[in-house]
Design a protein around this ligand. Structure first.
Ligand SMILES: Cc1cc2nc3c(=O)[nH]c(=O)nc-3n(C[C@H](O)[C@H](O)[C@H](O)COP(=O)(O)O)c2cc1C
Length: 195
């Protein structure tokens, strides 16, 4: 056996989503971001379309991204769903996280592979990234919501349909103890068949 099963199982179980507002003020370095993306690039891919794409934002570009996301949130959430506190949280996220990775799907031009399979492949890429993040002691927070799916925001990011933004990922070191995960028992989700 090439890999230690217990280590792999622990890595999978311990991957956690922690909000950037609960990150330590500790920078995530360029080589770490590169390792996350390289891991993402090893995701499975039907028809070798490799549909995952990334835009990485740090420093001033990150602040500007958050400004655009906050505007997108305002635009896309109608009263009474709009929350000023959420707007502020999005707007100020660059003060909590040192980087953001926008993840999107580059749709195969021929459309031969069904879109759902390209979406799934990008999801696999995100999981690879999250596991490598965990091995660094990082959480990789996956943010979606109406802002991320806003059409004007996509245009500002220079992403045109049928390509689709699937989230903005924030890597960071959680403050305090590494959080415990919670899942319903896996056996409740499986049916076995023998004949
Ligand atoms: C497709 C996808 C989108 C997500 N979007 C959000 C989000 O917008 N906000 C959020 O708080 N968590 C988001 N999450 C993370 C979940 O909240 C998180 O996985 C869940 O709470 C379980 O926690 P764990 O990842 O630490 O096990 C998203 C997860 C997935 C798979």
């Amino acid at each position: 056996m090439k890999f230690n099963l217990t280590d792999v199982q622990s890595l999978i179980r311990e991957r956690r989503s922690v909000r950037p507002e609960q990150f330590k003020a500790r920078k995530v370095h360029r080589d770490q971001l590169e390792a996350l993306i390289e891991a993402g690039n090893w995701a499975p891919t039907h028809g070798h379309t490799e549909p995952w794409r990334f835009k990485v934002f740090t420093e001033k570009a990150l602040e500007s991204l958050q400004e655009k996301l906050a505007e997108a949130y305002q635009r896309s959430s109608t009263e009474p769903n709009f929350l000023q506190s959420k707007y502020e949280r999005i707007r100020n996220r660059h003060t909590c996280a040192s980087a953001a990775i926008l993840v999107y799907m580059k749709r195969q031009t021929s459309g031969k592979i069904p879109e759902v399979e390209e979406l799934l492949a990008v999801g696999c890429a995100v999981q690879n990234m999250s596991l490598v993040a965990t091995s660094y002691g990082l959480s990789l927070f996956w943010a979606t919501g109406s802002a991320v799916y806003d059409a004007q925001f996509a245009a500002e990011m220079n992403i045109q349909a049928p390509d689709r933004i699937l989230g903005v990922m924030y890597p960071g070191y959680p403050e305090g103890d590494w959080p415990e995960g919670k899942r319903q028992f896996w056996m409740t989700k499986v049916e076995w068949f023998t004949d």
